[in-house]
Ligand binder design. Structure first.
Ligand code: AKG
Ligand code: FE2
Length: 391
């Protein structure tokens, strides 16, 4: 089974070298206070060009030493950036810089076909049922539009047909530009030969809003245990299938905590998603149980929301063309916490079974101990009875 990775970044699943590395590394560049200064109102860093989400800067500002709290914003940003950079391996600095340059090259040369797609307009993008449920923002309102045909797989009507049509034509226009200019385009992941990364040609802000305002409310309810409450970055792309495109997608897990997958059309047959249960890293290659087997048929405008570690693949698109919008939503907090954990019984099918078996074993052992004890006591009292002198 493959682990799908975007060509943009590797899944940071490796454990940090030493547990108190934070303090040691930070000392070289700057210190943070142990507790935040709750009286200080931090500044907004939304417009900052950085490898890290802007909220991290706002959050970390409250931990700055007192003499740093009121210096110019740029100085604070640099101070924080230095500390954060200690956590990035040097190769990633270079990788991120290259990616920024790559994006800049596209942005200054590619002319969008439908500019209105680049700013999220809920009334034009989403179907009314979806909008209404998100506005209400309750588990009940979500459940009224969502079905869960198999545990952890949520499906619902999401995108308007017109929006799907326009997005597909924008993607085709981008592909046309790539071909005409012979631009060396980076595909969405290590597996795709076709498809485009939306974040690379201007959709970053729109997709960020999509994640924050429309996917996070759902993931907070349905994926709280796997980082759904703290989504803070994304990788957004389009996959393209058909005779002259990718045919299918092998069995894999996504480099995401929560994956949104919406079919944009057009006409096609085949292309079903097959799911085979959620697994942690350690149990990625274990067999599936019958109750974990589920096949999903794509339908234009309809979304599937699932855990990134829910093993899946896509069967061959046997005729026509299929375009799907994928948003891999990630949580840096969850990933950091995950490195200190070994038990994922809350969602990994095998961890769950192992924990259950251990529990059953310990119940059996306790019962045996109790039985032995009772038996011992009975034997003792019988023995005492025997030893009694007859009256
Ligand atoms: O083709 C699909 O619908 C699934 C694509 C997918 O799983 C992915 O891109 O990670
Ligand atoms: Fe996937």
């Amino acid at each position: 089974m493959k682990r799908r990775r975007s060509s943009r970044r590797k899944a940071p699943v490796t454990r940090r070298e030493n547990d108190d590395g934070e303090g040691k590394e930070s000392k070289q560049n700057g210190r943070l206070m142990v507790r935040p200064n709750n009286n200080h109102v931090p500044q907004n860093y939304n417009d900052l060009e950085s490898n890290f989400p802007s909220q991290i800067f706002t959050h970390m500002e409250t931990y700055l030493p007192i003499n740093m709290l009121n210096v110019p914003r740029n100085d604070k940003a640099n101070y924080i950036r230095h500390i954060l950079n200690d956590y990035l391996p040097p190769q990633q600095h270079t990788r991120d810089k290259k990616r920024r340059e790559y994006r800049q090259k596209i942005l200054s040369n590619y002319k969008p076909l439908h500019k209105k797609l680049y700013t999220l307009d809920p009334s034009k993008f989403f179907v009314p049922t979806f909008l209404k449920a998100i506005k209400k923002n309750t588990e009940q309102s979500f459940r009224s539009i969502i079905s869960e045909p198999s545990p952890g797989i949520f499906t619902f009507e999401m995108l308007q047909p017109r929006f799907c049509e326009l997005l597909v034509s924008e993607v085709e226009n981008f592909e046309k530009w790539v071909n005409a200019t012979k631009f060396q385009v980076i595909r969405p992941s290590t597996i795709n030969k076709y498809g485009v990364v939306l974040d690379d040609f201007g959709f970053q802000t729109m997709l960020d809003k999509l994640m924050k305002d429309f996917i996070s409310p759902l993931s907070k309810v349905f994926f709280a245990e796997i980082g759904g409450t703290t989504l803070d970055s994304h990788h957004g792309f389009i996959v393209e299938y058909g005779e002259d495109k990718d045919i299918d997608m092998g069995f894999h897990v996504d480099d995401a905590e929560v994956t949104l997958n919406v079919c944009l059309g057009r006409q096609f047959s085949g292309g079903e998603l097959f799911f085979r249960g959620m697994r942690c890293d350690q149990h990625l290659h274990t067999i599936s149980h019958p109750e974990e087997i589920y096949d999903y048929f794509h339908f234009p405008g309809r979304a599937v929301l699932h855990h990134g570690r829910h093993r899946h693949g896509a069967r061959a698109t046997t005729s026509g063309n299929r375009f799907n919008l994928l948003l891999w939503c990630r949580s840096s907090v969850f990933r950091q916490m995950k490195t200190y954990k070994t038990d994922f019984s809350g969602w990994c099918g095998v961890c769950y079974q192992e924990k259950k078996n251990m529990l059953l074993k310990s119940i059996d052992e306790t019962e045996l101990k109790i039985a032995n004890r009772i038996y011992g006591l009975q034997a003792l009292s019988k023995g005492k009875g025997k030893g009694k002198a007859p009256a």
